[in-house]
Design a protein around this ligand. Structure first.
Ligand code: OFO
Length: 166
């Protein structure tokens, strides 16, 4: 049985994962506006990943006989001048999600809830990968500067992304 505090925190994280999904959908739209269809595709795949994350929390809450509470999702407000700004914000967002996951691990330990801690370990590893992946793209964009040919090549690469692969 989940403690009420743990249940609330897991429901909050379910909401945070859907917020990530919504944020990345807005980033996909912005990349499409910037005429970067490969970048837009990359974010659309990221949207699917976030939906998978959200459903992991959804399923786990139900498995532990907790009550799922679906909360409202905040409107994404970013307005990004270019691809670098989009990815810099995506990186900041992933760092924020990592902090949230680490706080959840702490809570699970305090609640003496090893099952929830085991679920969260998957997310701890996932966050290392998510941050590294987005950071890699930020660094690539910084090295390229405003080079249109560099952006074109990168756009073609990002168009190849598939769910479950970088
Ligand atoms: Fe769910 O990892 Fe990104 O936000």
């Amino acid at each position: 049985m989940l403690t009420p505090k743990m249940l609330q925190a897991l429901n909050d994280q379910l909401q945070a994962e859907y917020h990530s999904s919504y944020l990345y959908l807005s980033m996909a739209a912005r990349c499409a506006d910037l005429n970067l269809p490969g970048f837009a595709h990359w974010f659309r795949v990221q949207v699917q990943e976030e939906n998978v994350h959200a459903l992991k929390f959804f399923d786990y809450i139900l498995l532990r006989r907790g009550t799922v509470e679906l909360k409202g999702i905040e409107k994404p407000t970013g307005s990004w001048p270019n691809a670098l700004a989009v990815f810099e914000d995506a990186l900041k967002h992933e760092q924020y999600i990592t902090r949230r996951i680490h706080d959840l691990v702490k809570l699970a330990r305090e609640a003496n809830d090893p099952a929830t801690e085991a679920l969260l370990q998957w997310f701890v590893t996932e966050q290392v990968e998510e941050e590294a992946m987005v950071d890699g793209l930020v660094q690539q964009l910084k090295v390229m500067g405003e080079s249109p040919s560099g952006l074109f090549i990168m756009d073609r690469e990002l168009a190849k992304r598939q769910l479950g692969a970088q």
